[in-house]
Design a binder for this molecule. Structure first.
Ligand SMILES: Nc1ncnc2c1ncn2[C@@H]1O[C@H](COP(=O)(O)OP(=O)(O)O)[C@@H](O)[C@H]1O
Ligand SMILES: O=c1ccn([C@@H]2O[C@H](COP(=O)(O)OP(=O)(O)O)[C@@H](O)[C@H]2O)c(=O)[nH]1
Length: 236
């Protein structure tokens, strides 16, 4: 039995590279989609937000002197590409997915319309929210929190490169230890960088829990959805 009826799954854009230097690694995206299919087969309604870091990150553009807002729009367009690739891979794997964009790009992707998204979810279709929040200076983590709250997801699942929230960035500090669970207030006050503060604050205010777990660990998503001990729970 799944522990949730409706989830918002945030997939790391950067992880899509697999072992490649940039872009979308075929085997990686297929594996991600197969894991999503496993949870849809449990009857869980799945909304997805995918990042764009495998193609472009606004902060990276900003750091080399680009206008930050312009760089962020490029980042949002990168998430549209990833969303299209994800939905197409889902189609190839026998699933039905719809992409909805937060920025107007009608010839390519239908616009985000909340009632339509809710309808798709009720019909059992996977909805992929593209272009983040549609605003610069935000991240796809914030988009995941926002859309998760909008569609009434019971939890935001952040599938990322680390297997939970640590006392410090485990990629930089090997002595960091993992929390089994942590409150939003603690994560925010300790300034833990696994997710941005805006995403934490939005989820805290909406009492929307977050689970952080590894995108590289086979079967982890299904275990999380079944309420098993996996990753770190961030809660009120
Ligand atoms: N306290 C922490 N606990 C876990 N990860 C952390 C922490 N601080 C920083 N990180 C880093 O945050 C990264 C995940 O955030 P992000 O770069 O947004 O990934 P994603 O590609 O999933 O959006 C991890 O790969 C990890 O190196
Ligand atoms: O609401 C949003 C969401 C994303 N972005 C831009 O899109 C990029 C890609 O998203 P993100 O870095 O969150 O992807 P991931 O970390 O999952 O690879 C970000 O760096 C931002 O530049 C943005 O400006 N507003």
């Amino acid at each position: 039995m799944p522990a949730y009826k409706r989830i918002l799954l945030k997939l790391s854009g950067e992880a899509l590279m697999g072992d490649d230097a940039y872009g979308i690694n075929r085997a990686t995206i297929v594996r991600m989609v197969q894991e999503v299919r496993e949870v849809t087969e449990l009857g869980v309604e799945v909304a997805v937000v995918i990042g764009g870091g495998n193609i472009f990150r606004g902060v990276a553009g900003g750091s080399v002197g680009m206008d930050r807002a312009t760089a962020d729009y490029m980042g949002m367009l990168a998430t549209v590409m990833n969303s299209l690739a994800l939905a197409d891979t889902m189609r190839q794997e026998g699933m039905t997915a719809r992409v909805m964009s937060a920025i107007g790009i009608e010839q390519v992707v239908e616009p985000y319309v909340r009632p339509k998204a809710l309808q798709y979810l009720e019909e059992g279709k996977v909805v992929v929210f593209a272009a983040g929040t549609g605003n610069p200076f935000f991240t796809t983590d914030t988009a995941a929190a926002l859309r998760g709250a909008e569609v009434g997801a019971q939890i935001v699942l952040k599938a990322t490169k680390v297997d939970g929230v640590y006392t410090a960035d485990p990629k930089k500090d090997p002595s960091a230890t993992r929390y089994a669970s942590i409150t939003f207030d603690e994560a925010i006050s300790k300034n833990l960088q696994v997710m941005d503060g805006a995403a934490f604050a939005l989820c805290r205010d909406q009492k929307l829990p977050i689970k952080v777990f590894s995108i590289f660990k086979a079967g982890a998503l299904k275990r999380v959805v079944q309420g098993e001990d996996e990753g770190t729970l961030v809660h009120v």
